[in-house]
Design a protein around this ligand. Sequence first.
Ligand SMILES: Cc1cc2nc3c(=O)[nH]c(=O)nc-3n(C[C@H](O)[C@H](O)[C@H](O)COP(=O)(O)OP(=O)(O)OC[C@H]3O[C@@H](n4cnc5c(N)ncnc54)[C@H](O)[C@@H]3O)c2cc1C
Length: 498
Amino acid sequence: MKRIAGIALSVALLLVAVLAVAEGTPSWMPEWDRDADVVVVGFGPAGAMAAKAAKENGASTIIVEKASKEFAGGSAPSSMGFIKPYTVDEIFASAEGRLTQDEAQKLFDKENELLNWLTDNGLKITNSTSEGYGMGFYKAVVANIEAMGIEVLYETPAVKLISDPQTKEVFGVQCTQADGSDLFVRANKGVILCTGGYAANKDLMTRFHFADMIDYALAGAPTQTGDGLLMALEAGAALDGVSNQQIEWYGYSYKKASDEMGTAILHMAPSLGPDSRIFVNTKGERFMDEEMYIVHSKCQMPFLAYDGTFPIYNGYFNLPMYVIFDEAMFEAGPIGPRDYWCGYASMYNLYNWSEDNQAELEKGWFVKADTIEELVEKLAAQSGNEPIDVENLKKTIETYNAGCAETNDAFGRSEFYLDPIGEGPYYAAQILPTMVYTIGGLQGGPNGETLDWQGNPIPRLYHAGDVGQPTKILIAALQGALALGDTAGTACSQLESH
Ligand SMILES: Cc1cc2nc3c(=O)[nH]c(=O)nc-3n(C[C@H](O)[C@H](O)[C@H](O)COP(=O)(O)OP(=O)(O)OC[C@H]3O[C@@H](n4cnc5c(N)ncnc54)[C@H](O)[C@@H]3O)c2cc1C
């Protein structure tokens, strides 16, 4: 009897204890698996410097990273690792009112301080380019973070911010582990989102930039799916600088090759010419100077010309687009990236283009034919698109060749690259406009605070890097990500714990 009473008492006490905990624990608060003062989401250059600054300020720090160790780093390892010494005035101007002159000065000083720290600790920069390009840059960053003993949880994407639905105060992040289970990481001081851009998220790209879905290839990392942006929006954050001026174009890629490889396989003219290529639309018309330099360009492009005129809807009338070239160009050298130093496929050695273009021809990544009629037929069969207008295409080639003879191209193409399309055989492929990355996204305060639509900081939420850079025009990128990461890490680690 005594024994039963004892058990009943224990059960009652346990129940009271459980109820007490339950009373103090709001229903939205999970049971935490891990905790740290500062939780950094994403291990690119921004995340690395946020974690470094937090750790140096005495805060315990965890980085959660979506990719495996081999593929972590987002855009950084795919990049060229080019470090341009911008001036304070350039940084100020590029922010278009988002930074004061003082803040631009601070960003500039911080960029230089961190680049000096990295070069004192293994990073080599020659002629403004990192040794080993973006991969070399990123490896130097990783080695330093590892040496500081900062814990990185790889293959652990953050999927949701845990925040108080009333006050918006952020308490931590929900992550998914490699085995599919949840991991709840509490942040005693705050969370810093450093997840990069959203160029790999075709849904977001369409919502933000295109009236209709366009097919494009991505030369950057497939991890740029805008996770941090979406998590922050769900937590009440505001958008900023999301426009066609904030997406970066890079060049063109072979559609079939890129689809097969799951990443951009770039189209290039042979470095030593001759260059007979023309780009045409389905009508068989040219629409641009094919040599127009669009690397890191952030503007409306000729291939994005759009006609939504009522009642005839033509949409993106230059897409799909095709490249057409002749035997002389085929023979002149690789027309794709060989021993190249930029882009996801090259930096991870996913594909190296053959020296004589033969392997890719055999793969059917482009087609060959003796006549223009046959070329158009083969191209339609290969791409699954409606055939190009043959008669128009023949006229286009005639006009282009006449322009070459007169060194007077209808689209202003430089005479240096103006080689006529000779007798057959001819070659062609569908090509895709190719992106590198996006830098519009979240709106930040001067210390990297993430702001809501009223301009107020969301308590304990910070961000840095391509998830929302204050400088917008051709500028911040790698060194900006470093400096902004440091700023956010410093501010977040100075908060009192909750
Ligand atoms: C092809 C190419 C060339 C470039 N060339 C240059 C150049 O020469 N010079 C220059 O200054 N800049 C260049 N850039 C831009 C530069 O690489 C980026 O601006 C910079 O890497 C941004 O750093 P970041 O830390 O914000 O993002 P990223 O480097 O993209 O890192 C983001 C990290 O977050 C991780 N992540 C994403 N989602 C989650 C999630 N849900 N949970 C956890 N982790 C997540 C990613 O896996 C990644 O590790 C180039 C970019 C590309 C793609």
